[in-house]
Design a protein around this ligand. Structure first.
Ligand code: P6P
Length: 350
C-alpha cells in the first residue's frame, strides 16, 4: 500500500501538464524562453476551443459545407472556417506573431504588435482543420501548425519571404488530433512529445513522452483508389509490400486524415504516401503547412520524410500554397520506397 507521500510523488511524476512541461523545457528553446510559452499556450487554448466544437459538431447546425470555396478549390466546411478564426484570434491576442498563413486564406495576414508596430518575431503557418471532409462522418480530423522566426527586418511589415523558408528553418511544429481522445503533439527541435486532453478539467497531460517511429513497420497508408494514376515507382513499392515473403505481407491502413494516419504510424510504425499522379501532378499535400511541419515531427521522432527523392525539409518553397509529393514514416520504409522511386526519372514538374 502506498503512503500518501509516495502516492502523491508517483502521481506528480506521471501527470505533468502541458503548461508545466513548457516551463520545464523553456531553457531548451534557443530564443527568448517566454516566447515559446506564449506560442504554444495560444495553440493550446485554441485547440481546446476547437475541440469543444468538433466534439459536438453532430449536434448543432455547424456541420456541412459553408457556401465558401477556399483557394484550394475545396468546399469549405463550416468547422474549417470556425477553426481558422479561433486559431487566428488566439495567435493575434498573444501579440507574438507578425504574420499568419492559413490553408483557408488566399494570402498571409500581417499582424501588428502591441504598440501598433511590426516588432513581433514569429510567423505561423497552419492548416486549421485538416481532413475536414471527414467531419460529417465522424472521422478524426486535425490541426497542423508550423512556426518560424521572421527573416525580414524587425520593425517592418512581414513579407512573403518570412513564410517561404525551408522546412529545416522551423523553430517549432505540431498537430492537434481530435480523435477518440484529443491530443496535442509538438516539437521545438528537441524530440516529440504528446499531450492528451482531460476534457473534464480542460487540461492537457503528458501522455506520450519522447515519441519515436519504430525504424520499420508493416503499415502503408495510401489511397489505392488512385493506383492506376500513380508513378511506376509507387506501384512497384506497393507490389513489394503486398508480396508474400517472410513475415510480410503488410497491412493497408488509410483514414483519409493525414494527422490520424501520421499519428498511428508514428506509434505503430508505418509509411504514409501521397504521391504525384495523373490526377494530382504536383501531389495533393501543401508543402508549407502540411508536409513541412509533419516532416519536422517525423525527423524529430527518428523517422523520415521525402518527396520520393529528396528530404522535404530541404525543399526551397516558391509559393504559399504549393503542393508536394509526400512519403513519411519509419526510416527504413521511406528508404525502401525511395529505392523504387529512383529507378525512374523524377518528375520535376511540381
Ligand atoms: P484523398 C485531407 O483533405 C488531406 O489533405 C489529408 O488529410 C488526407 O490524408 C488526404 O487529403 C486525403 O486525400 O485524395 O485520399 O481523399
Amino acid at each position: 500500500m502506498y503512503s500518501t507521500t509516495q502516492t502523491f510523488t508517483t502521481m506528480k511524476k506521471n501527470n505533468i501538464t502541458l503548461g508545466e512541461f513548457i516551463i520545464d523545457k523553456q531553457t531548451e528553446f534557443q530564443y527568448s524562453s517566454g516566447e515559446l510559452s506564449k506560442l504554444i499556450n495560444s495553440i493550446r487554448l485554441a485547440a481546446k476551443v476547437v475541440n469543444y466544437e468538433v466534439n459536438k459538431a453532430g449536434l448543432v447546425d455547424i456541420l456541412g459545407a459553408s457556401d465558401n470555396i477556399n483557394i484550394q478549390g475545396e468546399q469549405q466546411q463550416k468547422l474549417d472556417v470556425y477553426a481558422n478564426e479561433v486559431f487566428m484570434q488566439a495567435l493575434i491576442n498573444r501579440e507574438i506573431v507578425c504574420g499568419i498563413a492559413s490553408e483557408e486564406d488566399d494570402h498571409y495576414i500581417t499582424i501588428k504588435g502591441k504598440n501598433n508596430d511590426h516588432n513581433n518575431k514569429y510567423v505561423v503557418l497552419m492548416d486549421p482543420l485538416d481532413g475536414s471532409s471527414n467531419i460529417d462522418v465522424n472521422v478524426s480530423v486535425g490541426t497542423i501548425f508550423s512556426i518560424y522566426r521572421r527573416i525580414s527586418p524587425e520593425g517592418t511589415p512581414v513579407q512573403e519571404i518570412d513564410f517561404l523558408q525551408k522546412g529545416s528553418q522551423q523553430v517549432a511544429a505540431g498537430y492537434v488530433v481530435y480523435g477518440t481522445s484529443t491530443m496535442l503533439v509538438y516539437t521545438t527541435g528537441h524530440g516529440v512529445n504528446g499531450f492528451t486532453l482531460n476534457p473534464a478539467i480542460g487540461t492537457f497531460y503528458l501522455s506520450h513522452p519522447n515519441m519515436e517511429y519504430p525504424k520499420d513497420g508493416t503499415i502503408y497508408s495510401i489511397n489505392e483508389g488512385n493506383y492506376i494514376h500513380f508513378p511506376q515507382g509507387v506501384k512497384d513499392y506497393l507490389k513489394y509490400c503486398q508480396k508474400e515473403e517472410g513475415d510480410r505481407p503488410y497491412t493497408s491502413r488509410y483514414i483519409g486524415s493525414l494527422v490520424s494516419d501520421f499519428h498511428r504510424n508514428m506509434i505503430k510504425g508505418g509509411i504514409y504516401i501521397y504521391p504525384t499522379s495523373t490526377k494530382a501532378p504536383k501531389g495533393k499535400l501543401r508543402l508549407l503547412y502540411e508536409a513541412n511541419p509533419m516532416a519536422f515531427l517525423a525527423e524529430q521522432a527518428k523517422g523520415a520524410a521525402t518527396d520520393g527523392y529528396q528530404r522535404i525539409l530541404d525543399i526551397q518553397p516558391t509559393a504559399l500554397h504549393q503542393r508536394v509529393p509526400f512519403f513519411c514514416g519509419s526510416k527504413n520504409m521511406v528508404a525502401k520506397a525511395g529505392e523504387f522511386m529512383k529507378l525512374y526519372p523524377q518528375d520535376s514538374s511540381y
